[in-house]
Design a protein around this ligand. Structure first.
Ligand code: SAM
Ligand code: SF4
Length: 467
């Protein structure tokens, strides 16, 4: 329990009382933005149960590890983290330790067997059951695992939402799960079937965010293009973007991820038409070889992908295009890999995330023979990243001497005399002056480009605040 009473004349006794009873919650989040969003929702839920979020695990009354199992490496990191928290449990036997997210869903009760000091396991669709799990623990000390996944149920619908304080940018999950079953991917097995959240819930959440000062929202889903499908009368994804465009206070809209096979011409037309929609799209390619794309069950060919990129660039010439790529998928030959390099040359991505293929439980690719050796995968990954680094630097040159709009995120981490922010195309820009108000939109002239960021100088004093 925290107990810090300060001599504050404006505080009522009941405030002190409430403060005295607050318990400390620490959440360690692994993996994607969706997990970040889930952790925020968990914190909101537990705030109503008198928990306050802390930044360090020491002193916590409750620790929740929110996990990722998309590749083997992040999954292993989770087990190490659970092991590390055992020491804190020894020091404070009252500490409650729980695991949530994709590893919780994947392993279920097995985690309780493997880690006897673990108190609960919370599956990806079971967030609303968290308070009951904590009550049961308090009443009877019963350890439990809740991992139901069936049904197209929105787990957020019954959760409380409170807008964060002093945030410029926020994630908003608009759909859960995935129906695509790419052969390498565990997501449909740990996040369940695709389900869209009701648009009125999403819109009221974004209105609340706007009223708390959030300027930019990033809409999250495994495949946002299919938002609303299977929900008669619901908005389409471009329709949802249009509705968000109307929310006062929101200056920028982003989204991720967009599956290339479902990228509609309506969505392409939204770029340039909706003034708040930022000129950036994350369009995972995964492989440049048609043979591998087919074995991955991706549902598009390299030609079809190329045509979608052309349509986007025709509509919006400056659009930034990023992607995900996997090397070493089972059966990937040197020729397949050369086709991926060729696509990287052809598309000229602004950047991408790249991964070595990792065998995952339940997936079809796991059963494929002809596995690529670790050494070959590593070499291919290095080659691909080396090539992209050159292309990124080259592409960044198009911003030199140009004016861009930057959303100020705050002082730069590496130089406190400078501010940092992002362009609409999601490029990081550092620029002199630390007095630019967080959340303001500043015009910057780009003076220098690097592989991972841009430098510039402010052209207006808009948004300056007193020191
Ligand atoms: N829904 C998104 C899409 O369709 O591309 C991606 C979601 S997944 C959580 C993020 C990325 O992880 C994928 O795009 C893929 O590149 C990578 N990934 C997924 N499973 C993988 C595996 N078994 N091995 C290596 N990378 C994997
Ligand atoms: Fe995984 Fe494919 Fe669904 Fe993306 S679209 S989450 S890669 S199954």
């Amino acid at each position: 329990m925290t107990c810090s009473i300060r001599n504050d004349k404006n505080k009522k006794y009941s405030d002190y009382h409430a403060e005295m009873k607050k318990k400390n919650l620490y959440i360690q989040t692994f993996g994607c933005q969706m997990n970040v969003y889930d952790s925020e929702r968990i914190a909101c839920l537990l705030e109503e149960r008198n928990f306050q979020l802390i930044d360090e695990p020491s002193g916590a009354d409750l620790i929740i590890i929110n996990t990722c199992s998309v590749r083997e490496k992040p999954e292993q990191k989770v087990y190490s983290a659970i092991g590390r928290f055992q020491r804190l449990k020894r020091e404070n036997p009252k500490l409650i330790l729980g695991v949530g997210g994709c590893v919780a869903q994947q392993q279920g009760e097995g985690l309780l067997d493997r880690f006897p000091y673990l108190d609960f396991v919370l599956g990806t669709k079971e967030l609303p059951r968290l308070t009951k799990i904590l009550d049961d623990l308090e009443d009877s000390g019963a350890r439990s695992s809740a991992t139901a996944l069936e049904g197209r149920v929105d787990p957020y619908a019954s959760l409380p939402f409170r807008a964060p304080r002093s945030k410029v940018s926020s994630f908003v999950t608009i759909m859960q799960g995935c129906d695509n079953y790419c052969t390498y991917c565990i997501v449909p097995f740990v996040r369940g079937r695709e389900v869209s959240r009701a648009s009125h819930d999403i819109l009221s959440e974004i209105r609340l965010l706007a009223s708390s000062g959030v300027k930019e929202v990033t809409l999250l889903g495994q495949n946002v293009n299919s938002y609303g499908q299977g929900h008669p009368g619901e908005l389409s994804f471009p329709g949802l973007l249009e509705a968000i465009q109307e929310i006062p206070g929101i200056a920028r809209i982003r989204f991720t991820t967009s599956h290339p096979k479902d990228l509609s011409s309506d969505l392409v037309r939204a770029f340039g038409r909706l003034s708040k929609l930022c000129e950036h799209i994350h369009l995972p390619l995964q492989s440049g070889s048609d043979t591998i794309l087919e074995r991955m069950n991706r549902g598009y060919s390299r030609e079809e992908y190329t045509r979608k990129v052309e349509a986007l660039r025709q509509r919006c010439p400056d659009i930034a295009i990023t992607a995900d790529l996997i090397v070493g998928f089972p059966g990937e030959t040197e020729r397949d890999f050369a086709a991926t390099l060729d696509m990287i040359h052809r598309i000229q991505f602004d950047d991408f995330f790249s991964f070595k293929y990792s065998d995952r439980p339940h997936t079809r690719a796991r059963l494929l023979g002809d596995k690529v050796s670790e050494e070959t995968s590593r070499r291919r990954l290095e080659e691909l990243q080396f090539l992209q680094k050159k292309i990124t630097r080259e592409r960044n040159k198009r911003w030199e001497d140009r004016e861009v709009e930057v959303l100020v995120e705050g002082p730069s981490k590496s130089n406190s005399e400078e501010s940092t922010g992002r362009t609409r195309t999601h490029h990081v820009v550092n620029f002199p002056g630390r007095n630019h108000a967080k959340g303001s939109l500043v015009k910057i002239r780009i003076t220098k480009v690097y592989a991972h960021s841009l430098r510039g100088e402010a052209l207006d004093k808009g948004g300056l605040c007193d020191d």
